[in-house]
Design a protein around this ligand. Structure first.
Ligand SMILES: Cc1cc2nc3c(=O)[nH]c(=O)nc-3n(C[C@H](O)[C@H](O)[C@H](O)COP(=O)(O)OP(=O)(O)OC[C@H]3O[C@@H](n4cnc5c(N)ncnc54)[C@H](O)[C@@H]3O)c2cc1C
Length: 435
């Protein structure tokens, strides 16, 4: 099995990206040195793990966060920055499977996640630059009908009136691409510079009392009255464990590997567009669309188009990340086809069969969350917070998250590359047929 913690990125430091070039990157923290006993050990220092650490530290505990690389090195520091509303399934879908009350509870959790993130940006990382608005483009007339029905349902059943429906001409005056039949703008969603936020969260968790050790991979977990974690440079004995390795976590739990698969996604940043930014977007909002492999984009603060638009299941990054991204940009925005990509990078996220997160308990004292399937910027912080709350004796939010149906992968943890891709396409087709 390919080692996702090392296969696609430089051996040390943060992967090169426009984000890394526009941040003050911290020096690595010390690795674990020797054997430790703690109340709570957290594996993974991304949005999930750091939000859990902060909640626990603010309650007076001294959690130990262990990262195989550096805090913010994973998907949290290199994603599309879109702070989405809800889940990767509509509320109507959730209501049918889980009932209206649970669906409502899950919606409220996501709303709380968005609001939590906005407060964190305001208080800890104003330079993460939260801006509101995500456009959702419909690639077919049928997608547009679904989009309108969902917007209407959110307004009538949830009182969520931030969705604006735009017919084709109006939509194209915002997202200047000929590909769309119309779409919505979700004014209650938004976008950020994610690396700046996750780095600030790490500092804040430490200031509150957490300890972070880096370049320390947890290679085994033994559960029992106390859990015991093994790393190359020491062991950790903990009363509670939170596992927050998301797409990079494969070997520690077979149950997790049977539900959450690693999928690579790629982003390119064009050269600054200067006064041509308006040729792409008529407002400073992000955009995503109804394609199965979503095209997602936004403008950077220095006027580049940050465009994500391809995925692969083979675990290895392709040699030419930029070629296909650029072709996709040229198809969507022929008017900027001449603009080169200055940066390209990839990252690994966790995806489940239902494209809903898996948030669960592996043992009475071991919590795990991942598989946010491209909706993790808002959801992962809330999942981390909910797991920490459960450890602190308030499990209502965690119990609600644990009701989400994530499904198991065909062949479970043995599922690999092309087979996974096929399975996902099959699932997407079933979705569209509504079966
Ligand atoms: C290219 C890309 C674009 C994306 N765009 C969006 C978007 O626009 N909006 C959105 O909502 N979501 C998006 N996502 C997904 C989102 O980034 C993730 O859902 C979210 O960041 C998950 O956070 P996390 O803390 O759970 O995982 P991560 O941020 O991946 O952190 C996991 C950490 O665990 C560590 N780790 C793993 N295994 C071990 C181990 N055994 N021992 C110790 N440490 C370990 C890793 O080193 C890593 O630092 C995107 C993802 C990618 C890759």
């Amino acid at each position: 099995m390919i080692d996702l913690l090392r296969a696609n990125d430089p051996a040390t430091g943060f992967p090169p990206s426009w984000y890394a070039d526009t941040c003050a990157l911290p020096a690595p923290r010390q690795p674990l040195d020797g054997d430790r006993q703690v109340d709570v050990a957290i594996i993974g220092a991304g949005f999930t793990g750091l939000n859990a650490a902060r909640t626990l530290a603010e309650a007076g505990l001294t959690p130990l966060v262990i990262d195989a690389r550096q805090a913010g090195w994973g998907a949290s520091g290199r994603n599309g920055g879109q702070v989405c509303s809800g889940y990767n399934k509509s509320q109507r879908w959730l209501e049918q499977r889980l009932g209206a009350d649970t669906a409502r509870g899950l919606w409220d959790l996501c709303e709380a996640g968005k609001s939590r993130l906005r407060s964190q940006v305001a208080a800890l990382a104003p330079d993460a630059n939260y801006k509101s608005g995500i456009a959702h483009g419909s690639l077919t007339a049928r997608d547009f009908e679904d989009e309108k029905r969902d917007a209407d349902h959110l307004a009538t059943a949830y009182g969520y009136t931030d969705m604006e429906v735009l017919e084709v001409a109006d939509f194209q005056s915002v997202l200047r691409s000929p590909l769309y039949y119309g779409g919505t703008i979700d004014h209650g969603a938004g976008h950020i510079h994610p690396l700046r936020l996750v780095l600030a969260l790490a500092q804040e968790a430490e200031a509150a009392g957490a300890t972070i050790v880096e370049n320390t991979e947890v290679t085994a977990i033994e559960t029992g009255p106390h859990a015991r974690l093994t790393t190359p440079t020491g062991t950790v004995t903990a009363k509670h464990v939170i596992i927050a390795g998301n797409g990079y976590l494969r070997r520690l739990s077979w149950r997790y590997a049977a539900r959450v698969m690693p999928v690579n996604s790629f982003i390119g940043a064009t050269a600054p567009l200067g006064n041509r930014t308006g040729d792409v977007l008529g407002a400073d909002i992000a955009s995503a669309d109804s394609s199965h492999v979503v095209n997602y984009l936004r403008l950077s603060e220095d006027g580049r188009l940050l465009f994500g638009g391809r995925a692969n299941f083979s675990h290895r990054f392709p040699n030419d990340i930029g070629g296909k991204l650029h072709a996709r940009i040229a198809e969507m925005f022929p008017q900027i086809a001449d603009v080169p990509l200055d940066y390209t990078w990839g990252g690994t996220l966790g995806v489940t069969m239902t494209r809903l997160p898996w948030i669960s308990r592996l043992a009475p004292q071991v919590y795990i969350a991942g598989g946010y399937s491209g909706h993790g910027v808002a959801l992962s912080g809330m999942a981390g917070h909910a797991m920490a709350q459960a450890i602190l004796g308030q499990s209502a939010n965690f119990d609600l998250f644990a009701k989400i149906p994530s499904g198991t992968l065909p062949l479970g943890p043995y599922a690999q590359g092309p087979m996974l891709s096929l399975a996902m396409a099959w699932y997407a087709m079933r979705d569209r047929l509504g079966v």
